[in-house]
Design a protein around this ligand. Structure first.
Ligand code: PLP
Length: 399
């Protein structure tokens, strides 16, 4: 008998599996607004010109392809930390912020999850709702995933009162995952005043803030603005951990570029944590890939390329915002009388449409428009060419 005879076919991944389904659909007007990957207005993947330029420069250098260290490229990590925490961050200047290169956001979350579990954490708190992969990442790292309230579906807005109430009930010492900006899937972030309140509660309760920063620059179009919550927490003395992903903001999805870092009470403390991270990484994937990190490092360390990146990232954020307005307008043009104000109120890559699972399924089957079952629409996949079709499909299933 086959050693594989008892293996069952696993279900498709709720987000990535959607692309597989879409690829098999032969309907000419099919649309995918599933995975959070930026498309240009022609619906095509977009390679940032600054990334192309960095690649050209790297190519000309004829660099070797030796192994990276376990913690990755130290120059990249240094630039990445300045990018995230801000060059004027006191903790950074005091060398209390230390990190490792990570296999993008997902890899960083998993490695930190493992480290927390190894060091006595039993659970982690994530917002409800949250990115579809968080639960599986932390569960597989051996943590029990619990949730805190975040969103009020009735009013399509942040449910701040319930969030505060839930945070206050979290046992002290617990790790709490916070989306640094452009909350996925809801597109609703706390205001700066609300972040301050969250910071105070975390302090009172002795919680460990764990920032997931997958969209820095994508929310407002400005990298510093999008890092404001993280930077405020660090200024307020929180000893946080953070993952940074360069998948979306640099368009480096397949290169798996990211950073996992911690802020320690002292430099030595932060270094000890990094040494422990390396113990997790070595038997897991040994060391990270080089090329993407070199691209980001080249851009961040060159003032001209860095400026180009800022303009190009802001351009992506602006196109998404235009599409929010377009989609909302088209929905009313096709006769929808529902309130779609939240589409333009939300920020980041997604519109949390409020469509039910049944409506999402109907839209898939009848109109060949693919979004995730929670009704999340990737605005990055909406274009001048397909906005009408998407609006008609949404209206048809929601009227
Ligand atoms: N965290 C959040 C909130 C995300 O939305 C994503 C991607 O969709 C990630 C992390 C991880 O992405 P990556 O592993 O490509 O960096």
């Amino acid at each position: 008998t086959s050693p594989w005879a008892n293996y069952e076919m696993a279900p498709l991944d709720p987000i990535i599996g959607l692309t597989e389904q879409y690829n098999q659909d032969s309907f000419p007007q099919k649309v995918i607004v599933g995975v959070g990957a930026y498309r240009d207005d022609g619906g095509k993947p977009y390679i940032l010109p600054c990334v192309r330029e960095a690649e050209d420069r790297l190519f000309k250098k004829h660099l070797d392809m030796e192994y990276s260290g376990i913690a990755g490229d130290a120059n990249f990590v240094e630039e990445s930390l300045k990018f995230g925490y801000g060059e004027d961050c006191v903790a950074l200047q005091e060398n209390r912020v230390q990190g490792v290169q990570a296999l993008s956001g997902t890899g960083g979350l998993r490695v930190m999850g493992e480290l927390l579990r190894k060091n006595g954490h039993r659970h982690i708190y994530v917002p409800n709702p949250t990115w579809g992969n968080h639960k599986a990442i932390f569960t597989n790292a051996g943590l029990e995933v619990k949730t805190y309230a975040y969103y009020d579906a009735e009013s399509s807005s942040l449910d701040f009162d319930s969030l505060v109430k839930d945070l206050k009930d979290i046992p002290s010492g617990s790790a709490v995952l916070l989306h640094a900006c452009a909350h996925n899937p809801t597109g609703m972030d706390p205001t700066m005043d609300q972040w301050k309140e969250i910071s105070s509660i975390c302090k009172e309760r002795g919680l460990l803030p764990f920032f997931d920063m997958a969209y820095q620059g994508f929310a407002s179009g400005c990298a510093a603005t999008d890092a404001a919550a993280l930077r405020m927490f660090v200024d307020e003395g929180h000893l946080v951990c953070t993952i940074q992903s360069f998948s979306k903001n640099f368009g480096l999805y397949g290169h798996r570029v990211g950073t996992l870092s911690v802020v320690g009470a002292t430099e030595e403390e932060a270094q000890k944590v990094v040494s422990q991270l390396k113990l997790v990484i070595r038997p897991m994937y040994s060391n990270p890939p080089r090329h993407g990190a070199r691209i980001v490092q080249t851009i961040l360390s060159d003032p001209m390329l860095r400026e180009d990146w800022e303009v190009q990232c802001a351009g992506m954020a602006a196109r998404i915002n235009t599409m929010r307005t377009v989609l909302r307008e088209r929905l009313s043009a096709v006769g929808s009388s529902r309130n779609w104000n939240h589409i333009t109120k939300q920020i980041g890559m997604f519109a949390f449409s409020g469509l039910s699972k049944e409506q999402v399924m109907k839209m898939r089957e009848k109109h060949h428009v693919y979004c995730t079952l929670d009704g999340r629409i990737s605005m990055a996949g909406v274009t001048s060419g397909n906005a009408d079709y998407i609006a008609e499909a949404i209206h048809d299933v929601s009227k």
